[in-house]
Design a protein around this ligand. Structure first.
Ligand SMILES: Cc1ncc(COP(=O)(O)O)c(C=O)c1O
Length: 494
């Protein structure tokens, strides 16, 4: 299922796909229907769910698909034109755009919320740096730099020392790995994009969990490929799990070029795939020749039981059929912008050759810093796990008191709760929260076709003293939903 048709001339979205993407947008009272439609379109554009320069359906077609009058759609489009979200050319259609001014929103826009203490950023599920360890490693890295200054500093595959450190960490986690199986990237997202660029062609299908990590969905779309969503099934209250029969059937029926999966504390549900499930996945990949792109970005953040072995350890340690991507962002710090790809050595070289089309390697100093940190990761991991388990339990306790109607997951790892709000109001809640200076990612960011409007991802990454004021603001937002207008600036999510 994919929503967006692109061709050489223009990108456009059909009326039925658009109606699906809009989801449940109608106002509860039926009044203000054009404004509500305009609000939802604005949110989709600012949220990145509806790409820029996308031609929207003609008024008559959309009116038909939504079963509203043409006047309603015409009025909504007029509001969007006035607000700078649509631009039209007489007689030829309307296209999405960002309103003037939002791109220049400044240093503390939600796309770049640096040091803005008035914002509660819960759109990024990410922790502050482990400051002491980072400072120490940075001082050591400056010393280490000397050994590199005589060379040109380029390396498509990454510094050998860092590749070796990442390989040692995989080996310590139960997956024997050599440095030639590792390629260093500018973060997990860059790793995903590189693997897609190597293995997927425009028009191919890519199997994804539903819900899943939004920037991966964007990367699949940016590659011109189509997502095949496989639902994660609700299990007990708030929890989700893979139905591997469904995954198997989707691989058989849709013949995807690749399956992108996040088996370790899946973003956003927090679900963890057990060892038997991992074994089945690898067997499926082998049987059908479908490569697995396994995203381990959250794998180190297990809060309770020991983690299952990495997927590739289940019968494919040297196979190019399993390509694992990982990142220093969640266990260490997003600001490092260091990630990696682990797969068979020949595939590493193939991906490395392709990388030159985008960039020519990572910064040496950051790689030296990451080497020091990864070589001494265990104390940081232990501290992180304890800190996060306490933060998760604290937030769950406070939510139980504050929003008794919400049903949150209780994940065994990762950084976020996935909350069933009990009603399809996530986008409106996110809009209302934005007015209270709380940035959030609405449920539909994590899905296709407007799904997950009942859900909210809520990270437990805020400092303890900021949880209470953030919850106070969420309470205000929850009680002002009906007046909510979606946010007015684009929001980045991680
Ligand atoms: C599942 C998943 N994959 C990849 C990434 C991107 O990681 P990075 O910040 O290293 O690019 C994230 C970040 O939120 C993530 O949650």
């Amino acid at each position: 299922m994919d929503l967006l048709h692109s061709d050489d001339v223009e990108r456009r979205i059909g009326a039925r796909s658009f109606a699906r993407l809009l989801g449940d947008w109608r106002p509860p009272t039926g009044r203000g229907i054009s404004a509500a439609l305009a609000d939802r379109v604005r949110l989709l554009v600012l949220d990145g769910r509806l790409p820029l320069q996308m031609r929207v359906p003609a008024e008559r077609e959309l009116a038909g698909a939504l079963e509203v009058s043409r006047t309603t759609v015409a009025a909504a489009y007029e509001i969007l034109r006035d607000g700078g979200i649509l631009h039209s050319r007489r007689g030829s259609g309307s296209w999405t755009q960002l309103p003037k001014g939002s791109a220049e929103a400044g240093m503390s826009s939600p796309f770049s919320p640096h040091g803005d203490r008035t914002l509660f950023d819960l759109a990024h599920a990410a922790l502050p740096a482990p400051a002491e360890e980072l400072r120490r490693a940075a001082a050591q890295a400056v010393q280490d730099l000397d050994a590199h200054l005589g060379g040109h500093g380029y390396d498509l595959l990454g510094l050998p020392g860092l590749r070796a450190a990442v390989a040692r960490r995989f080996t310590a986690r139960g997956l024997p790995t050599t440095p030639d199986q590792i390629l260093i990237t500018a973060g997990g997202q860059a790793a995903i994009a590189l693997v897609l660029a190597t293995l997927v062609n425009p028009g191919d299908r890519v199997l994804v969990e539903h819900p899943t990590y939004p920037n991966a969905l964007d990367a699949v779309r940016a590659r011109g490929a189509r997502c095949v969503p496989v639902p994660l099934e609700p299990t007990t209250a708030g929890a989700s799990a893979w139905d591997l029969d469904l995954v198997t059937a989707a691989v058989r029926d849709a013949a995807p070029r690749l399956a992108y999966l996040v088996p370790d504390h899946q973003n956003p549900t927090g679900a963890l795939l057990d060892g038997a499930g991992r074994e089945r996945l690898v067997a499926l990949a082998r049987r059908t020749g479908t490569p697995l792109l396994i995203d381990e970005t959250l794998a180190e953040l297990t809060l309770t039981d020991p983690s299952p072995l990495p997927v590739a350890a289940h019968g494919a340690p040297d196979s190019a059929l399993v390509v694992t991507v990982g990142s220093a962002a969640k266990v260490l710090w997003g600001g490092l912008r260091i990630g990696w790809i682990r797969t068979a050595a020949p595939m590493v070289r193939r991906i490395g050759a392709l990388r030159a089309a985008t960039d020519l390697g990572g910064p040496v100093l950051e790689q030296l810093l990451a080497t020091r940190l990864i070589d001494d990761l265990e104390p940081v991991v232990r501290a992180r796990r304890a800190e996060l388990a306490a933060a998760r339990d604290h937030l769950l306790g406070r939510l139980g008191n504050t929003f008794p109607g919400w049903v949150p997951s209780r994940p065994s790892g990762g950084l976020s709760l996935w909350i069933d709000l009990g009603a399809p109001v996530s986008s409106r809640l996110v809009g209302a929260a934005r007015r209270e200076d709380v940035l959030l990612a609405a449920g539909p960011r994590f899905g296709l076709a407007g799904a997950f409007e009942r859900y909210l991802r809520l990270p437990y990454t805020l400092r303890r003293d900021r949880v209470e004021p953030a919850l106070d603001r969420l309470v205000t937002a929850w009680h002002t939903l009906d007046e909510a207008h979606p946010e007015t600036e684009p929001t980045a999510v991680a």
